[in-house]
Structure formats: C-alpha cells, structure tokens
Design a protein. Structure first.
Length: 614
C-alpha cells in the first residue's frame, strides 16, 4: 500500500513539475522572441501548482498540521498579485521539483524495509492427509502439524521444523547474512528464508499469521507509519520559522514601501524541506539498521536508541546461547566417553525433554551411530529408563539414577562436575557408567559485542539474570560487565531497569516471556526475535532478526549518526534560509535569484538527510 502511494505521489509531482517546466520554457521563448504572452505562459505554469498546493494545505489544516507549505503558497500568490509571474513560475518549478525529490528520497530511504514486504508467500504446497498427494493452498489455511513441500527457490511461508535431511536456507532477508545456513533434520526453519538447496518437507509449527515473517511485516508497516519525536520537533521549528518569515516580509514591505522586498523574503524562504528532511533521515537510519538485521519499530525508538547510556542484558539466550550443550563427559571405569554418550542419546530418542535434545545433538556432532530404544519409561522431571542393545540404561538427574544403582562409585564422578553446570547421570545394568556435563555456553561474540557497545558510547553494562547468583557472577566476570545480578524475578528485573534509569536512558535486551515486563519498562527494549518469544517481541521497541549481538551495537552507532544528521538538516537548513531571508529583506537578493538559492539549500538538506543510508 505504501509503495503504491509513493508511486502515485511521484507521478502527481512529476505532472506538476512538467506543467511548471513547460510554462517556464514557453514564457521564456515568447519573451525573447518579443511575442506577447510570456506573462500568461508563466502564470499558466504557476496556477496549477498553486491550486494543488492550496488543496494540500487545506487537508493539512483539517488534520491540525501547519507547515512551511503556507509560505510557498504565499510567495506564488504574491508573485502573481505583484506582477512578477516569472518569479512565481520559478517558485512553482522549484517547489514541484523539490516535492518530487522528497518523494524519491523517502522511497529510497524505505527501500530496504519495503523489500521485506514483497517477499510474503501467498500459497504453499501441502500434503493431503498422510499420503503423497499435494494441494496448493493459501497460507492462511496452514495449521500447526501440516506437512509442506518447499521447492528450491521458494520462500518458507510459515515457521516449522525440517522433517528430514538437511535444509540449505538463504537467511539474508531476515538476518543480512549472505552465507546460506544449514538446518539439520528437526531444526527450526523460519518463515521468510529462501530454500537454496534441494526440496524439503517442512512441518508447520505456527499459523501463517503468527509466523516470524508475518510479525516482521507487521513491525515494518508500523515503523513506516510512525512519526518520530524529532520530526515533531521539526514541525515546531517550522511554526516558528513561518512566523519569522511572515514578520520579516511584512517589516521589509513597511520599511521600504516596496512589495517586491516582501516577495523576495517569501520566495527565498520557500519551500523549506525541514519538515520532510528529518523524517527522511530517520527512515534512512531505520532502513540502514533493517539491512543488518535490526528492526526498529518507530522513529521515536531510533532516537531513544541514540541516547542510551546504560545497557541491561538478560543472560540465557542473550549473552549465552540459550540451549544447554554437552561440555564434558566423565566416564566410569570400563566405559568410554563415546559409549556413555551413545547409550544415553540412544535412550533419549524416546524423550522430548530439552536435555534429550542436547544429548542427541552432541551425538550427531560426534557422528555416533544410535540404537533404537525399547520399553522406555520416562518419569517427568526425573529421568528415563529403558533397554538399549539388550542393556538396561537409565538417564536422568543424579538422585534419580542413584536410586537405581546396584554398584559403581557414583560419588567420585559427582565431584568431577563443576558447581555452576547441569549434570546428567548415566547407569548401565545397575552400574554407574558416567556423568555428562551440560552448560549454556557464553556466545562466541558476546565479549566483543559488549566492547563494541562501550565504543558506541554506552558507559554502563549490567547483567540481569534469573539464574543462580554464582552462574550470573561467573558469566559477568567472563564478559567484564559492570554489575552482575542473579536470581531475579520479572518484577526484580523491572526494578533494576527503573533503578538504572535514574542515571540516564536504559536499553534492556532479552528473549523470554519473563523479560517482557522489563523490555516494556526500559527506554529501549530489544528482543532477540530470531529465537525469542512473541511476548518479548511485542513488548520491545527493537527486534533483532539475527541471533547475534554485534548488529545491535552497529545499530546504536547508526542511530547516533542518524540523529546527528537529522539535527544538521534542521539547524544548517534554518541558518542558511534565515541568512538568505535577511539578504532579501535588505534588497541584496531579488525574487528570482532568491528562489533559485533556496532550492539549492533544499536539495542540499535532503541529500544530507540521505547520508544516513550509507
């Protein structure tokens, strides 16, 4: 919808520009040929632009918006009334040309974000029942559990799990990462990615309306329709500038009794793009951030991101991977590490527990050949027992496994596990076989990313975790944060945000449901959208589309630069315009030259705003 509006606006502006240009060319030709009618031609090139402008002003006033377009209307009207049709035609030409340039600039600034909207899949190939027949259905009919065929080159329509084999996905539209991602069987594949490898079967896990990509599209549309506080600030500047323009024009007329002095002031002051140059800069910055996988929901949120002084990070899934991984295996006498893991993973094929996923992943990484389990019985929250290769195997918590032992030195193995890690005990035929250590590892880029945040101007970094104090302290020490807090409830995290806010704007980064209140309470809430929950994404003002922190640090730099460029557009544009207005009031700048000079200022301000894209 927005793309169609921009196209229609560009066509409308181009028509008005053509009329103004034709009137100027015809009038100039008549003037130099000595033929009567040049004034009529110049006026004819001005009136349609003036009428269109008056309609636009009436609509704006109806909405309660007052802008500098009023000055443009005054200058064209005054030029026609005071017998200066050439000056009026020049203003009309420059105004319509400036409008076309502004529409182009806005479209160019939104390009990266708008590109996301064009990738939404409309239909999908769904298997009918349990057979192999396929039906092409609208994505709105897809429900969790449906099995879909994704063909090479197609965009995944919904979130799902890879049913078998290996998926090679181009994630660049979501993350900006140019290298295709490899997703193994059972792994999660996000909607919006493009299949670049062999066809695959995808089992839907969410309806299309709740998928990752649909959420991104909604966020993009909301961001494109937002108006930043800085843009509203420019509107207030515009009101003051309008008053100054009319006052200076009136004073020049009264002091000199020359209406052309007033006309020169009006002409040189219009059309000033301040009220559009700021939004162009803001949208440019948002577009630039989207290109690297950081979706900023609104212009106001981008401005807030530029002012952040303190960053608060959740631990699990934010500074750490969010998934337990096997970090060590302690095997008892008579067992090898590989055999302990193979037996445990074989049995855990019958379990849906998160620990079972970690063991299966570790076994796959070590290319271990698993055996099918039988007679498996799982005790919720405790462990699982069953038969693997005709051997009795028990996997679970230390107390659960210890209660089944008839031999082996379990205590010796227990002392080998670190205090800040999770452990899984394994028993075989009533004898302890080993202890598997699982830890949620710190992200490989976490420390470097935190250093990048400090370089970007964030002076204080706090770790706020719901995990044990000793684990939070260990992670905090490893990453060099200023303060590490553990065992925090969602309410505690909100209190931390409010306490830190006393020293300046705060950014909170998290991924879980328990982080949502703190994300909403912070000046800038950032959700790890690639793997985070829907609640955290809804509560946040910024969503990371990539499962990494480095792009967020870059987004802070982009936000600061965008705000700096926007302020340049305001103050430099105002300063140059006021200087030209004074010169016109003193008679140093005739109306026609003044119009040309003002348009040079207009173009410079808009081009400066577009620098935020680079």
């Amino acid at each position: 919808m927005l793309r169609l509006w921009l196209l229609a606006k560009a066509n409308y502006d181009a028509i008005l520009l053509g009329i103004a240009l034709l009137g100027l060319a015809l009038g100039t030709a008549l003037f130099f040929s000595g033929t009567v009618g040049s004034a009529i031609a110049w006026s004819a090139g001005t009136v349609p632009v003036l009428v269109g402008l008056l309609v636009q002003i009436a609509r704006s006033l109806k909405r309660g918006d007052v802008g500098l377009d009023i000055v443009a209307a005054l200058s064209m009207s005054a030029a026609l009334a005071f017998g200066e049709p050439l000056a009026g035609n020049v203003v009309a030409l420059m105004y319509s040309g400036g409008q076309l340039l502004e529409t182009f600039a806005a479209g160019r600034a939104r390009q990266e974000m708008t590109a996301l909207l064009g990738r939404v899949a409309r239909t999908a190939m769904r298997y009918a029942g349990t057979g192999t027949a396929l039906d092409e259905v609208p994505i709105t009919e897809i429900v969790p559990g449906d099995r879909l065929l994704i063909r090479q080159g197609e965009v995944l329509p919904v979130d799902g799990h890879v049913a078998g084999g290996r998926a090679q996905l181009d994630m660049s539209a979501l993350t900006g990462e140019s290298v295709p991602a490899q997703i193994l069987a059972g792994g999660e594949a996000l909607s919006g990615a493009t299949l670049v490898g062999a066809p695959l079967d995808l089992v839907a896990t969410r309806p299309a309306a709740e998928s990752t990509y649909a959420g991104i599209v909604r966020l993009v549309e909301a961001a494109q329709n937002s108006k930043a506080p800085m843009a509203r600030l420019a509107d207030r500047y515009a009101m003051g500038f309008l008053g100054l323009t009319v006052s200076l024009a009136g004073a020049a007329w009264i002091a000199t009794a020359d209406p052309l002095r007033a006309l020169a002031v009006l002409v040189v002051a219009t059309p000033c793009p301040l009220i559009l140059a700021v939004p162009v800069a803001i949208i440019s910055g948002m577009s630039r951030a989207a290109r690297i996988g950081v979706l900023i929901k609104s212009g106001g949120m981008l401005e807030a991101l530029a002012r952040v002084k303190t960053a608060i990070f959740d631990k699990t899934g934010t500074l750490t991977g969010g998934q337990a991984a096997v970090t060590a295996i302690h095997a008892a006498r008579g067992f090898s590490e590989a055999e302990v893991l193979r037996l445990a993973a074989s049995l855990d094929q019958a379990s849906g527990h998160v620990v079972a996923e970690a063991l299966l992943k570790a076994a796959a990484e070590r290319t271990l050949v698993l055996s099918p389990p039988r007679d498996a019985v799982e005790t919720a929250g405790e462990g699982i027992a069953g038969i693997v290769d005709e051997r009795s195997v028990v996997v679970g918590g230390t107390d659960f496994v210890a209660s089944t032992l008839t031999g082996g030195d379990f205590a010796a193995l227990s002392h080998a596990a670190p205090a800040n890690a999770g452990t899984v005990a394994v028993a075989v035929d009533g004898t302890v076989a080993g202890l598997i250590v699982l830890q949620d590892s710190v992200r490989a880029d976490a420390r470097q990313s935190l250093e990048a945040f400090r370089s970007a101007g964030i002076g204080r970094i706090v770790l706020a975790s719901g995990d044990r104090n000793d684990i939070a302290a260990a992670v905090g020490t490893a990453l060099g944060v200023d303060l590490a807090l553990g065992q925090l409830t969602p309410t505690d995290k909100v209190a931390v945000v409010k306490r830190e806010a006393a020293s300046g704007p705060v950014m909170m980064v998290g991924d879980g449901v328990n982080d949502a209140p703190a994300l909403a309470a912070a000046d800038v809430g950032v959700a790890m959208g690639a793997r985070g929950t829907a609640a955290s994404s809804e509560a946040s003002g910024v969503v990371l589309l990539v499962d990494a922190l480095a792009p967020l640090a870059r987004a802070v730099v982009i936000a600061k630069r965008t705000r700096r460029i926007a302020m340049q557009s305001v103050f430099v544009g105002l300063s140059l315009s006021i200087a030209a207005m004074v010169a016109a009031a003193l008679g140093l700048l005739p109306p026609i030259q003044g119009a040309l000079l003002q348009e040079v200022i207009d173009v410079a301000v808009i081009l400066n705003a577009l620098r935020a894209l680079s």
